[in-house]
Design a protein around this ligand. Structure first.
Ligand code: C5P
Length: 405
């Protein structure tokens, strides 16, 4: 799991997995490890059909506790296993969900351990189906799916593509990257619900000739953490990103760009419909005046080269100028010297509500690492030097800070 999904705030929360009979069931072993890696506690129930594909022992051995099987298992010490997850777990994830389990959940049937546990579960229940496309498209399945939504289940759509039986269509089990955000979101306060949030992130790439460009080492991690944190808290999130190697789950809208000018056009185009924006992108302030068409040849140019640069537009400053009363704007500043003075100057110069300044000359903060040291200043004059934190935690606190301000 990439760094921008590694939120520590879910430590100790209990996730109950309901696993049904599907060839995709083995993927839940991997997913359970992702949850354990996030310091969540995991319990699991395997339907009889699921046990034909993966064994309860595999889940136990990898750390699920307890693991429930069939309802009347004589080996089971507990007679109230069908009620237990509802009492101790914070969220239940039924995945992969088969057509029959979906039908049970939709109609309130309670004829196996998993369906009893789901019926007795007061917290959020997430359902991620996997099945043959013809089974998925069947009217009964579609009606049950709509019913599950209506009943308040959190639903993760199956994907389209080649399925295990060799047919192509909708019914593939969602990628694991879709599952973790859904679980974390179900455990998060929805204090950004109804807000539209834009995040700029990553470097920009300014071409000089057909093969060479001017850029910087930004990985986009800080912005990705800010975007995912906002999404987990209920916001409708769009990221405008330069060239980065980051995966986002499908809930986050992406606008990929290359140059600062493209990022400017995209961000200023989206801004009027946004409630909030956070500009974390490391935008190239200057772009080389292009050499011309094609590749610059080094033959005959042995004495070095002179490259001329021209200004790029300042995206954040432009958003600040256009900011309406209801809009909130966060900027970042990457500095190699005093953060405090620069933060104060930029907060005013760019008309920001909040600025987060990080030193890029210190180990463990700035470009390409998973942690940051941030000095925060807001428009009310509140100043805070935050401790050395993971970027996910910095992102979470930034939204806390903005919501309090
Ligand atoms: O002035 P400085 O470049 O240090 O400001 C950094 C902040 O401004 C960051 O939030 C960055 O994303 C944003 N910025 C921008 N467009 C630029 C330069 C910086 O949006 N051309």
């Amino acid at each position: 799991m990439q760094e921008h999904y590694r939120f520590a705030g879910f430590m100790g929360r209990r996730v109950h997995l309901g696993i049904c009979g599907s060839i995709a069931a083995f993927k839940m072993l991997d997913f359970m490890r992702i949850l354990l890696d996030a310091d969540c506690m995991v319990s699991a129930t395997l339907t009889d059909a699921a046990s034909q594909f993966v064994t309860p022992l595999s889940f136990e051995a990898l750390g699920a506790s307890p693991v429930y099987g069939s309802m009347f298992d004589p080996k089971s010490a507990d007679s109230f296993g069908h009620l237990e997850p509802g009492e101790i777990a914070d969220v239940m994830l039924v995945a992969p969900a088969t057509a029959s389990t979906m039908a049970r959940l939709a109609h309130g049937l309670a004829d196996d351990m998993l369906s009893c546990q789901a019926l007795a579960f007061n917290g959020p229940v997430i359902v991620a189906p996997a099945m043959n496309p013809r089974m998925w498209n069947a009217s009964a399945t579609q009606r049950n799916w709509a019913l599950l939504k209506e009943l308040g289940f959190i639903t993760i759509e199956p994907q389209s593509g080649l399925v295990a039986c060799g047919e192509t269509g909708t019914g593939r089990f969602a990628d694991l990257i879709e599952l973790l955000p859904a679980v974390f979101k179900a455990l998060s306060p929805q204090d950004l619900a109804g807000k539209k949030v834009m995040v700029t992130l990553g470097p920009t790439r300014e071409p000089w000739d057909a093969v060479r460009f001017w850029s910087n080492p930004s990985s986009g991690t800080m912005g990705a953490c800010v975007a995912v944190a906002a999404w987990l808290r209920g916001a409708d999130v769009t990221v405008v990103h330069g060239p980065v190697s980051l995966d986002f789950h499908s809930g986050i809208k992406q606008v990929p760009v290359q140059t600062a000018q493209e990022m400017f056009d995209a961000a200023t185009g989206l801004w009027p419909e946004m409630d909030m924006a956070c500009c974390t992108a490391a935008v190239a302030d200057y772009r080389p005046v292009p050499h011309g068409a094609g590749k610059f040849k080094k033959e005959g140019n042995d004495n070095g080269i002179n490259v001329q640069f021209e200004n790029n537009p300042d995206i954040l400053k432009t958003l600040g100028k256009q900011k309406a009363d209801h809009q909130r704007l966060i900027g970042f500043a990457a500095e190699t010297s005093s953060c405090r003075d620069e933060a104060e100057r930029k907060l005013v110069a760019k008309n920001l509500d909040l600025i987060a300044c990080n030193r890029i000359d210190q180990a463990g903060s700035g470009f390409g690492v998973s942690t940051n040291r941030i000095f925060v200043l807001d428009a009310h004059g509140r100043k805070e030097q935050w401790p050395h934190l993971k970027k996910t935690e910095v992102a979470w606190r930034l939204w806390d800070h903005l919501l309090l301000a």
